[in-house]
Design a protein around this ligand. Structure first.
Ligand code: 5GP
Length: 182
């Protein structure tokens, strides 16, 4: 990652702020799940960095880590309103304590659909951790149990989130100020 790339992006949330919030969330999750084992489900691709950092701050046993891949955006900056599941879980989650890790909740469509799918599989519990929440365009009310930051209605990238497929490796959250891509 070049210094130029970091300097040219408009920073919304610094790497330091993200890391310190993750430590707080990790503590809270550790406290809430004391004496239990959890199954962590990361939502690809955007949540992979948050998932890796958050998991290392959770001090209860993670019996299984899986990833699912869903898409509502394709290659645009606005939700298409359709959710497609490209990659499903390999294991059964019946009677397990599920923690879903997501990068951002925007309209809520992705999480609403995923929750419905997982609830039909009868886990013992389902909770959600999301790094970001953009409530302005909310279409489904989503209860985020562990939220990093609430943000304004801007398209953001970095720290796992992409800008048209690029820039996921940035250590901070940056704002895209260009034209919306349909
Ligand atoms: P929702 O279904 O809640 O509208 O959108 C959730 C998904 O849309 C996220 O997992 C993420 O992939 C994508 N998304 C929503 N807002 C943004 C954004 O500001 N930047 C990026 N890179 N992706 C976003």
């Amino acid at each position: 990652m070049s210094d130029e790339k970091i300097m040219n992006s408009d920073i919304m949330i610094s790497s330091e702020s993200i890391q310190s919030r993750i430590k707080e969330l990790g503590k809270q999750i550790t406290e809430d799940y004391k004496g239990k084992k959890i199954v962590v489900i990361g939502v690809l691709t955007g949540a992979y960095v948050f998932c890796a950092d958050l998991l290392r701050e959770i001090k209860v046993p993670v019996e299984l880590l899986e990833f699912v891949s869903v898409s509502s955006y394709g290659d645009s900056t606005e939700s298409s309103g359709n959710v497609r599941m490209y990659l499903d879980l390999k294991r059964d989650i019946k009677d397990k304590h599920i923690l879903i890790i997501e990068d951002i909740v925007d309209t809520g469509l992705t999480l609403h659909s995923l929750m419905e799918i997982f609830e039909r599989r009868h886990p013992a519990s389902i909770k959600l951790a999301s790094l970001l929440h953009k409530p302005a365009k909310s279409k489904h009310k989503i209860d985020i149990d562990y939220l990093g930051f609430t943000i304004e209605d801007k398209f953001v990238y970095g720290y796992g989130l992409d800008l048209f497929g690029t820039a996921r490796e940035l250590p901070h959250i940056a704002i895209y100020n260009g034209e919306p891509k349909k």
